[in-house]
Design a protein around this ligand. Structure first.
Ligand SMILES: [Zn+2]
Length: 193
């Protein structure tokens, strides 16, 4: 494969990028922005090699513990479960939550063969069973898959005697948390049950 086709194929790995968009991006970079292409390549390389996962909450982190997990001033009685680092960032921006997080590796999706074991449920249950955790807030999306994920995890947590709550319904049905406005997220956190 020649380098141009290789670039187009590589760009097609990005979510939502098909053949046409990949071609457009590749041509743009090569025609108008060689410097941008070089810095994009360098940034990708650096991120792919240096960014790992926090060993405690699984979010992206360059060190063994992410900044949030390393912050001892937060409320250790609360553990909030989200589907992705992007959702975690949205909750952080809402400035209404001071507990810790557990970041799942996606959500349950039976059609795609993704069950609770693939998204880190065992690690979550172990983390939630640690001393000091009084409540696990299930902040997965209000999509069918997010609801299913919250349901399965909630059952597993409650069967182990751990209190599990769900974000209140201020969040619109079918919405990805990442795209919900901050006020709504703050409200949903306060009204959880
Ligand atoms: Zn962490």
């Amino acid at each position: 494969m020649n380098p141009l086709d290789g670039l187009i194929e590589a760009l097609k790995r990005l979510p939502g990028v098909g053949q046409k968009s990949a071609q457009r991006m590749a041509y743009h970079l090569l025609q108008h922005d060689r410097d941008g292409a070089r810095s994009l390549a360098a940034a990708l390389q650096a991120a792919a090699e240096q960014v790992g996962h926090c060993q405690r909450c699984h979010t992206f982190s360059e060190s063994a513990l992410c900044d949030i997990c390393a912050d001892t001033s937060r409320d250790a009685s609360l553990l909030c479960v989200v589907e992705s680092p992007a959702d975690q960032a949205a909750l952080e921006r809402s400035n209404s939550y001071k507990g810790y997080y557990f970041v799942l590796l996606g959500r349950v999706s039976p059609l795609d063969g993704v069950g609770v074991h693939q998204i880190g449920a065992a690690e979550l249950l172990a983390r939630a069973a640690e001393a000091g955790v009084a409540e696990v807030i299930l902040a997965t999306s209000f999509t069918a898959e997010g609801e299913a994920t919250a349901h399965v995890l909630g059952e597993a947590l409650r069967s182990r005697g751990i209190r599990a709550t769900r974000l209140a319904r201020g969040v619109p049905v079918g919405s990805e948390l990442e795209y919900v406005d901050l006020g709504t997220i703050a409200h949903a956190l306060v009204d959880r049950r």
